[in-house]
Design a protein around this ligand. Structure first.
Ligand code: ADP
Ligand code: MG
Length: 477
């Protein structure tokens, strides 16, 4: 036991360190890397801090060593020393690591400090493993998604590093569950599949399973229908590494969530690794049960941002190179400038470009790149007519076409309907009467009111402004 007064000193010193640290890094980094640290003790000029894992320590050393030094200078002076104590992870017992310290040179090596974390109790599965051969079980992984061809950039550094740590030591890091979130086409599936592939390549006896939330849901529904829920649960509870893609799909699906909650708890308590992806941060997952959401907070949540220019250039470079095609840097730069939304789109353009060039036996030059890009951009935009407007609006708001054209006065329907009318006025030459006719036979004054409402909302509400702007871009000019 450490006496309270010593502990208090450590806390005071660490609090001063945190003051300096907080001023120098983003809120997100602060929360991820510094909040979990526990000031352990202070002996003389040496502060011992406890970090949750080896990976955590390495990350701090790689990325924040200067900052820590600065913080230490501030709180303890130049002679201040820092020592890390790594909480020994359950799967890593016996593998004692050397003490790690950051301090003035030529100081005697600090005492080894290792503390055992209480090991989670293992819950035995009530289900019997029916001759399941882990190594041969289908993992549903795509072999082409590996770390080697995942380009690293500022936009994905934390997510990649955490994924790699999990891949190296599934369920040993503190990243359990690991939740990767980000918009479409930013590499979520690639990254989590890379984890699966890496584990499969390194350990033959782990049952790795990749499943989309959509598939999980339909399997669950089938299991209910066929009276085989027990088998379904038993199957998932045998997984060593469960990768569940696009969990936002479970929003509002209470029964599926409940089942996943049980599987999740069982796997987590048995020391199994869980990896998930979502297109939005957990706090924005509407229709997700609180108790499930709070589980997501147990591990690490890391986001993928849109790739910055350098990363886009690196991705194009690598992909074309892998295809055996060399293109001028000028062309790469042009493409990287034009396509700034997501990686999937970037890939799409490159695939057509390479196809065009081999079909026409032309080298890929700036002109071909421009032509291909023009072609693709206009192709993906929609013809303007009532049908396409209705389609775009119903997809965005997740409402049914019939509702949009119905008499419903529900706000959740009225707003999309008004936006659709607004778009029709903006984009087509149809008369107000014709527009009204197309939305459930309304008269022209209703259409005027709708347009006015949307205009007003756009003035006062940024979300509405962004939505309308985004919807407008989906149509041909
Ligand atoms: P998401 O699941 O987030 O919608 P995907 O993982 O399907 O996105 O990625 C879309 C495409 O972009 C995939 O072909 C993937 O290989 C590629 N991709 C995404 N990010 C990267 C990256 N950082 N480096 C290389 N390829 C990437
Ligand atoms: Mg995906």
């Amino acid at each position: 036991m450490i006496s309270a007064s010593i502990e208090n000193d450590a806390q005071i010193v660490w609090k001063n360190c945190l003051k300096v640290i907080r001023e120098n890094i983003s809120e997100q980094s602060f929360r991820t890397w510094f909040e979990p640290i526990i000031p352990y003790k202070l002996s003389g000029q040496k502060l011992v801090i406890q970090v949750p894992s080896q990976f955590f320590y390495e990350w701090l050393e790689d990325n924040y060593v200067q900052l820590l030094r600065k913080a230490l200078d501030f709180s303890l002076g130049r002679d201040g020393q820092l020592e890390y104590s790594i909480v020994v992870d359950s799967g890593d017992k016996g593998n004692n690591k050397p003490p790690i310290s950051l301090g003035a040179p030529n100081k005697p090596a600090p005492q080894k400090q290792q503390y055992q974390q209480e090991k989670p109790t293992t819950v035995n599965s009530p289900f019997v493993l029916r001759g399941l051969d882990n190594a041969q079980s289908e993992s549903f992984l795509n072999r082409s998604y590996v770390f080697d061809n995942f380009i690293e950039g500022d936009c994905n550094r934390l997510a990649r590093a955490a994924s790699y740590a999990v891949a190296e030591k599934p369920s040993v890091t503190s990243f359990n569950p690991l939740m990767i979130y980000g918009g479409v086409g930013l590499g979520k599936t690639h990254l989590v599949q890379a984890i699966g592939n890496h584990i499969k390549a390194n350990t033959a006896d782990k049952f790795v399973l990749y499943v989309s939330s959509e598939k999980f849901t339909s399997q669950f529904i089938n299991a209910i229908r066929n009276n085989s829920l027990q088998d379904f649960m038993a199957f998932y509870m045998q997984v060593d590494v469960l990768i569940l893609d696009d969990v936002q799909f479970l929003s509002g699906k209470e029964k599926t969530q409940e089942t996943f909650f049980h599987i999740f708890n069982h796997l987590h308590q048995s020391g199994k690794q869980i990896v998930m992806t979502s297109d939005r941060p957990p706090r924005d997952l509407e229709g997700m049960e609180d108790r499930l959401l709070s589980r997501f907070k147990w591990g690490l949540t890391a986001d993928l941002q849109s790739p910055d220019l350098e990363t886009r250039i690196a991705i194009i470079h690598k992909k074309t190179h892998d295809e055996g095609v060399e293109i001028d840097f000028e062309v790469i730069e042009y493409l990287a400038h034009c396509i700034d939304s997501n990686v999937r789109e970037l890939e799409g353009v490159m695939i057509s470009l390479i196809a065009q060039s081999s079909l026409t036996q032309r080298t890929i030059d700036l002109e071909l790149a421009k032509r291909t890009l023009n072609h693709i951009v206009t192709e993906s935009e929609k013809e303007v007519n009532i049908d396409s407007i209705v389609q775009v609006v119903t997809e965005h708001y997740q409402v049914r076409i019939a509702d949009l054209k119905s008499k419903s006065r529900l706000r959740s329907i009225v707003i999309p309907r008004q936006v659709a009318m607004y778009l029709a006025k903006e984009l087509t030459n149809l008369s107000l009467k014709a527009i009204g006719y197309n939305f459930g036979g309304r008269d022209h004054s209703t259409v005027i009111h709708a347009i006015q409402t949307v205009n007003d909302l756009m003035d006062t509400n940024t979300e509405m402004r962004d939505t309308v702007k985004k919807l407008l871009t989906q149509f041909k000019k």
